[in-house]
Design a protein around this ligand. Structure first.
Ligand code: ZN
Length: 136
């Protein structure tokens, strides 16, 4: 089981690492270590042939799964579809979901959950271009 380690933080940021993603095994939740306030993010792995331990839904959070390696199946309610490295899957809170790895390699994925319907603006609709001196 890999761990997440906080590396640095400041007034407006926090950074952590799970180490090399290609060596990461298990599940790590980032909300607490990074003091996230609008989302939970986890890094997870499934061994060859393994499925997540349970189907689940959420009360109010939608989820985005980003498959980083491996391939397999994703099920939402009674719909089953293939996933592989590069797949991104959004699931509404009520969707009953699970995924399994049918490949011979470890499946690594990110899962981001955030309150459904809470996004007010995004990309440059929320961003400000700021003149600032680079330190590199
Ligand atoms: Zn979930």
């Amino acid at each position: 089981m890999s761990e997440i380690k906080k590396e640095v933080c400041g007034a407006n940021y926090a950074a952590a690492t799970v180490g090399y993603l290609s060596e990461f095994v298990g599940k790590a939740f980032l909300k607490d270590v990074l003091s996230l306030t609008a989302m939970e993010v986890s890094v997870g792995t499934l061994s060859p042939g393994e499925a997540a331990p349970f189907f689940h839904s959420h009360k109010q959070n939608e989820e985005l799964y980003v498959v980083l390696s491996g391939s397999g199946d994703f099920q939402v309610d009674d719909d089953l579809f293939p996933i592989a490295s590069g797949s991104v899957v959004r699931v509404s809170p009520a969707g009953v979901r699970n995924l399994r790895n049918t490949s011979d390699e470890v499946m690594r994925y990110l899962c981001v959950q955030a309150h459904a319907g809470s996004l007010q603006a995004c990309t440059m609709g929320d961003g400000n271009v700021v003149e600032h001196t680079a330190k590199w």
